[in-house]
Design a protein around this ligand. Sequence first.
Ligand SMILES: [Zn+2]
Length: 118
Amino acid sequence: MAQACPQCSESNQVLNLAEFWRSLSQDAELKATLAQPPPYEARYVVSLALGAVAILCLTTGSAPAILLGVVLLLAAGGSVAWFWRESAEREAARAAWSRLLYCRRCVRQFPPDKALAA
Ligand SMILES: [Zn+2]
């Protein structure tokens, strides 16, 4: 069963976006605008640095340094959670991109569940 564009109801111009994107030449204008979102690059070195400084503070023995160490440890954990969440969201966007359909007639991207049956 062919899938038709929800805007123009054409089915012969509807393609899988990923396949269409791969078929474009490298210098095509649409190659950049239709590209899959790039993978997220988590900066875990920030978390590692925070954790390392936190451990240094915790091992000094003085109360203010221990308090600072606890705060830095919480910041390190929070940054790991942040990077993990951002990475998961980006991967979901990348997976959604690979399922998108593309209408060449009205230059529109849409998920398969929004396509009309043709
Ligand atoms: Zn269309």
